[in-house]
Write a protein that binds this ligand. Structure first.
Ligand code: HEM
Ligand SMILES: [Cu+2]
Length: 538
């Protein structure tokens, strides 16, 4: 199992490396430094690089890290072996094969369609089939987790599922339901169309199916970070989790509410009734509620740890957290930047305010706080103990890790703030902006800050990779082998039994999805002519 997880991490880290290199190119381009001619042998254009950036960061780095880490932590919490290590490797093999298949056209500039691959942009079929195989691989991970949990349940009929395992299951079950939209888009639209079996396609139906998965996928990225924040960080902070039952409530709400809200990405799309958009906006605000529960629980847990370490006062206790531990520092700082991401997210989700920020630089400003920091910096923080544990050797340098974490936070604060402001000034996203004839002089100072912040982020990322590689190849001291599971102030025995049952929540989930999506999907499928020809704009 350790080797399986290490294999997933290796692929994830290679992807992140490609992701930050392409990111640095973009940030420098915004600041007027065009390095694309220098790398033209590999990256053919700004948009080729941007597609690589999106796919590597948010589809590969996240998915592979999660598929390696989440089952691993679940198995540790259950204290049983993974049901089938064979199935585990089969899933990894399928995902990696899919990745390689998709990488060929992606690298070859035959799939420069951004990570959202909106139709009628048309990529090479291998790109769609490859990504579909990655998704199918994640379903095998779910299957393995479910069988593992059943085996555990047969031997422990009365006990509550340990929190980390419960959360892991929720994460993958939620994802499996949510990914059906993407699977349908691939299997019934993009794959047959790119193979020439279908004459045309349809932008709206493709987008509806994409966002069916495209919003919940952000919870697929976030929930594993939450697993660490709830079940590990309180212990790393020297304290206990505030409440185990409350944590379960929040995850059940994520299971139920994460999917039926994708229209908040389509407020400006014609062809979807306003009432449905409003319903999805309401559910988006509803899913903010478990996020608030999470925020409350985590602050209470951190305070518990800080006070146990002698922290005093209403706010001053915060300084008493073990800031010298890079894993903890990374994750607490990730939480702080995430709070700003959450506030911006409420603006994105608000029907009218969305019109101001839609498709502007505000959106990448937002998503670098969320997936780019809350998730990425947390995963980095996890690897600061997980890689040493898997390798059996101590982290190569704690100090370098601390510098890396703070650089990320400073770089991101500068970068993201500048992007948000550029968005408010109306600068579009997904644009090689220094080549745009409408480039405004008032954007200039913020564009320089994008370049500076992006460079700091890049340096931080390189320090991170150096530290991880040196830990694997050069570190000599043996590492601790214990997983930092936290106890809870209010333990699992206080959780109502219904929280540990699946059927009622799954039924509720499916019913809500059917209400929120059913009528629109039925109408679109019945009336869509599939007559839009494909485009290759690059
Ligand atoms: C060195 C670090 C990074 C830098 C300098 C950077 C820079 C950028 C820039 C400038 C853009 C805007 C491009 C445009 O709208 O034209 C962008 C987009 C994006 N970035 Fe990053 N980024 C970095 C790391 C990350 C990470 C770690 C993630 C996620 C894990 C991420 C995810 C994304 C996504 C999803 C987009 C939107 C892509 C699209 O519009 O198709 N980035 N990045
Ligand atoms: Cu969303």
């Amino acid at each position: 199992m350790n080797r399986l997880t290490a294999a997933y991490l290796a692929v994830a880290l290679v992807a992140l490396f490609g992701g930050v290199v392409t990111g640095a190119l973009q940030a420098l381009e915004h600041a007027g430094v065009n390095l694309y001619p220098a790398v033209a042998a590999v990256v053919k254009s700004y948009y080729h690089g941007l597609t690589l950036h999106g796919v590597l960061n948010v589809l590969v780095w996240t998915t592979f890290f999660i598929s390696g880490f989440v089952p691993w932590i679940a198995v540790r919490a259950l204290e049983v072996p993974l049901a089938s290590l064979r199935l585990g490797w089969a899933a990894f093999g399928l995902m990696t094969a899919g990745l390689v298949l998709a990488a060929v056209p992606l690298m070859g500039n035959a799939a420069t369609v951004m990570f959202t691959f909106y139709a009628p942009l048309k990529a090479h079929w291998a790109f769609y089939i490859g990504l579909t195989l990655v998704v199918v691989g994640t379903w095998l991970v779910t299957l393995n987790l479910v069988i593992t949990h059943r085996a555990w349940r047969a031997r422990n009929p009365e006990t509550r599922t340990p929190l980390a395992a419960f959360m892991s299951l929720v994460t993958f079950v939620m994802w499996t339901i949510a990914s059906l939209g993407l699977a349908a888009e691939m299997l019934f639209m993009l794959i047959p169309w790119s193979l020439g079996l279908m004459a045309g396609t349809d932008a709206l139906l493709a987008r509806v199916l994409f966002w069916f998965t495209g919003h919940p996928i952000v919870y697929f990225w976030l929930l594993p970070a939450y697993i660490s924040w709830y079940t590990l960080v309180p212990r790393q902070a020297g304290g206990k989790l505030f409440s185990d039952p409350l944590a379960r409530v929040s995850f059940v709400l994520f299971l139920v509410l994460s999917t039926p809200l994708g229209f908040h990405h389509q407020f400006t799309d014609p062809g979807i009734g306003e009432g449905w958009k409003l319903l999805h906006a309401f559910i988006t605000f509803a899913v903010f509620f478990p996020s608030l529960l999470t925020f409350f629980s985590l602050v209470a847990s951190l305070e518990n740890g800080a006070r146990a370490r002698g922290g005093k006062g209403w706010v001053a206790w915060f300084g008493k957290l073990p800031w010298g531990d890079p894993s903890l520092a990374a994750q607490v700082l990730a939480m702080i930047l995430f709070a700003f991401g959450g506030i911006g997210g409420l603006i994105n989700a608000s029907f009218t305010m969305n019109l101001v920020v839609h498709n502007t630089a505000w959106i990448p400003g937002h998503l670098h706080l969320t997936v780019g920091t809350a998730v990425t910096l947390t995963f980095m923080g996890i690897t600061y103990w997980l890689v040493p544990l898997l390798r059996g050797r101590q982290l190569w340098s704690r100090r370098l890790a601390l510098i890396q974490v703070w650089l990320w936070v400073v770089g991101m604060a500068i970068f993201s703030n500048a992007q948000h402001r550029l968005g408010l000034m109306g600068m579009p996203r997904r644009t090689m902006i220094s080549a745009a004839p409408y480039l405004q002089s008032e954007w200039q100072s913020a564009l320089q800050l994008v370049g500076i912040g992006g460079t700091i982020l890049f340096v931080s990322a390189m320090l991170y990779f150096a530290n991880i590689v040196l830990t694997v190849v050069a570190s000599r001291e043996p590492a601790a082998v214990e997983v930092p599971f936290a106890e809870a102030l209010s333990g699992p025995e206080h959780a109502p039994a219904i929280l540990d049952r699946w059927r009622p929540w799954l039924v509720l989930t499916v019913v809500l999805i059917a209400i929120a999506y059913g009528p629109v999907l039925v109408r679109l499928i019945a009336t869509t002519p599939f007559n839009t020809p494909g485009l290759r704009v690059w």
